[in-house]
Ligand binder design. Structure first.
Ligand SMILES: Cc1cc2nc3c(=O)[nH]c(=O)nc-3n(C[C@H](O)[C@H](O)[C@H](O)COP(=O)(O)OP(=O)(O)OC[C@H]3O[C@@H](n4cnc5c(N)ncnc54)[C@H](O)[C@@H]3O)c2cc1C
Ligand code: SF4
Length: 444
């Protein structure tokens, strides 16, 4: 039987290999040299540049753009990477429209910012294509630091610590390093195995031993690590997923969006990946949009995002929302799930309209049903496996200053730690700053 988007149920191979390859190709193709020069020439090289202040890693944006304009992209890459060692990934995944590009003076004056993200990619890609690693290690300090979690926060911390001359062991529960760069970010933002290529490039600094399949809480203990190492950095992200808490949540076809995305990211043949005909994604953040868009690109016929508040309140940026709309994803706002119906398998989802009453979100009692053979839960990730003894505030590890936890010798950063937005670039900044503080503490 030839499958199509209209084939009922959850099925693989709804689209042919060629269409899939096109659908999952690079979202923003890289700039050619000439295009990069034209884009760089639009920069005013502002004094007190607002773009630089808006960047969580404080990259000297006017300087690197000037270096591109003077045809020294490798120097530009160095400017970027000394602040943000994952500048290549951030160039691909940063919501620049709400960070540097939002405040660019050419955006405020003309509604068209300098393409900072694409220029950053041009510079970092040029350097990485030469397999050049522009940093070297300081003389060995004899200190050993354990970094738990090899996502953006852990990788950034590990690199900075190794550069300072410390020996780092980087533990991760998964079989591969990279964190959500490898298992979460939408495929079309970082195609061609970029996440692993970047990790390999980063490790060229030396002094970092990667230990995969090592889980804190199952084998590794914080007590053991603090006894064995001079300092510990935790960058364990948010490994848990919130439950829908609605009737029928256990029906076949109801899945975690992050698990679906991780499977998709690890698949080397997308035509073997099953997806529903009528997909409903519950949530309003980046994960919800990514699950919805990628379901559509895999060939689902109808994909709906159902969000409990209005469009403005959604966690996803305007760019992401527009991307979803452009791919044919339908957005339903002010609704919440009350039940998933079906006989064992999901067939329909029942949604209830919501309204705000005295500041609280409540159901109106009016419900309706949508066809849904696959339902993705994307209503937020939670901290899982934080070691005992650490203070937790609002579901995150309490930290003060540059990632200091309430336990001496233990730092934390990235999504698992309190404060900051849950973004790749924020995790990189927090890992870097904690590493600087660890270094100052160890050498003080
Ligand atoms: C689907 C999705 C799409 C996203 N898209 C974007 C985007 O486009 N742009 C953007 O800026 N941000 C995006 N984000 C957010 C971004 O990915 C995160 O903010 C960022 O990855 C956080 O980095 P981290 O290092 O703190 O955590 P993670 O990337 O989650 O890495 C944590 C690491 O710790 C490991 N770990 C967890 N528990 C343990 C344990 N007990 N023991 C050992 N290891 C453990 C994990 O295996 C993982 O490798 C997205 C997130 C998701 C879920
Ligand atoms: S704000 Fe815009 S024009 Fe000014 S330095 Fe930054 S990128 Fe260039």
């Amino acid at each position: 039987m030839t499958l199509s988007p209209k084939t009922p149920g959850i099925a693989a191979g709804r689209l042919g290999a060629e269409v899939l390859a096109e659908n999952f190709g690079d979202l923003h193709p890289p700039l050619e040299r000439h295009e990069a020069h034209v884009a760089a020439d639009r920069c005013y090289f502002c004094h007190d540049a607002p773009c630089m202040t808006a960047c969580p890693t404080s990259i000297d944006i006017p300087l690197f753009i000037r270096q591109i304009a003077t045809d020294t992209p490798e120097a530009a890459a160095r400017t970027i990477l000394q602040q943000n060692i994952l500048g290549g990934m951030c160039a691909r995944v940063c919501p620049t429209e709400t960070l540097c590009e939002e405040v660019c003076v050419r955006e405020t004056a003309e509604g068209k910012p300098v393409e900072i993200g694409r220029l950053q990619r041009y510079a970092t890609d040029t350097l990485m294509a030469k397999n050049d690693h522009p940093f070297t290690r300081a003389a060995p300090t004899g200190k050993r630091v354990a970094v738990v979690g090899a996502g953006p926060a852990g990788l950034s911390a590990a690199h900075r610590l190794a550069m300072k001359g410390h020996d780092v062991v980087l533990f991760d529960a998964r079989p591969k390093p990279g964190g959500l760069n490898e298992f979460g970010i939408a495929s079309y933002k970082a195609p061609d195995n970029f996440a692993q290529a970047e990790v390999d490039w980063l490790l060229q600094i030396g002094g970092i031993t990667v230990e995969t399949g090592q889980k804190l809480g199952a084998g590794l203990t914080l007590e053991g690590l603090t006894a064995e190492y001079d300092a510990v950095f935790l960058g364990i992200g948010l490994a848990g997923v919130n439950a829908l808490r609605c009737e029928g949540e256990d029906r076949e076809g109801v899945e975690d969006a992050v698990d679906f995305i991780a499977t998709l990211r690890q698949s080397d043949d997308l035509s073997t990946l099953p997806v529903g005909r009528d997909v409903v994604v519950i949530g309003g953040g980046m994960t919800a949009v990514d699950a919805a868009v990628q379901s559509k690109l895999l060939g689902a016929e109808n994909v709906t995002i159902a969000y409990r508040r209005d469009r403005e309140a959604m966690g996803a940026s305007d760019f992401e929302k527009d991307l979803a709309a452009s791919k044919g994803v339908r957005l339903l706002t002010d609704v919440r799930p009350v039940a998933v119906h079906g006989n064992g398998k999901a067939v329909e989802i029942e949604l209830e309209y919501t309204k705000t009453e005295d500041g609280a979100l409540v159901g109106t009692g009016e419900t309706f049903r949508l066809k849904a053979d696959q339902v993705f839960k994307a209503i937020g990730q939670t901290l899982e496996g934080a070691p005992e003894g650490l203070e937790i505030t609002r579901g995150k590890i309490t930290v003060s200053g540059p990632g200091r936890t309430t336990l001496p010798g233990v730092w934390a950063g990235g999504d698992c730690a309190l404060g900051g937005e849950d973004l790749t670039v924020t995790a990189v900044a927090e890992g870097r700053d904690a590493a600087e503080d660890i270094h100052a503490t160890l050498m003080g």
